[in-house]
Design a protein around this ligand. Structure first.
Ligand code: HEC
Length: 138
């Protein structure tokens, strides 16, 4: 009886790794499993953050948003390239330019796409940041 049992055990040990290996391959080839119901039913959205009203925080937000412009328009909007400078332009000019880019009233492949990423409030903050920057003497 003993030898037979050993053979059986040997078979089990030989088959288990095979099974594991093949199941791994199948898993790798298989399409991504369908989203589980838990993933489909999104958890309740977190409460919307309270709107920022503190003027200092709003200016900071404008400054942070304006950072994305410097890659093309230069630090502080002072461009060293063919791209127009924003520095020196008024809040009103920048705001209406961005709104026009966003709405399509003014065409620009680059700026139209870029401006569409901002809400009107964000556009206002960005314009205000550059407008105020230009008023400072430096
Ligand atoms: C990927 C590069 C790029 C980025 C990023 C970018 N711009 Fe521009 N921007 C341009 C180019 C190019 C033009 C000129 C477009 C034209 O007139 O067709 C332009 C034009 C403008 C103009 C019009 C200037 C004028 O003289 O009338 C304003 C205002 C402006 N951008 C503001 C911004 C602001 C604010 C940001 C950041 C939120 C920004 N841009 C980000 C490339 C960029």
């Amino acid at each position: 009886m003993l030898p037979k049992k050993n053979v059986m055990l040997g078979l089990v040990f030989a088959v288990v790794p095979l099974f594991q290996a093949s199941s791994t391959v199948i898993a790798a080839d298989a399409p991504a499993p369908a989203a589980t119901p838990a993933a489909v039913v999104a958890p309740a959205a977190p409460p919307a953050p309270a709107p920022i009203t503190d003027p200092v925080k709003l200016r900071e937000r404008g400054q942070i948003l304006a950072l994305s412009c410097s890659g093309c328009h230069g630090t502080d909007g002072k461009s060293a390239s063919i791209i127009p400078s924003i520095y020196g332009k008024t809040t009103g000019y920048i705001e209406s330019a961005l709104r026009d880019f966003k709405s399509g009233a003014r065409m620009s492949t680059v700026m139209s796409r870029h401006a569409k990423g901002y809400t009107d409030d964000e556009i206002h903050l960005i314009a205000e940041y550059f407008g105020n920057l230009s008023k400072k003497k430096n």
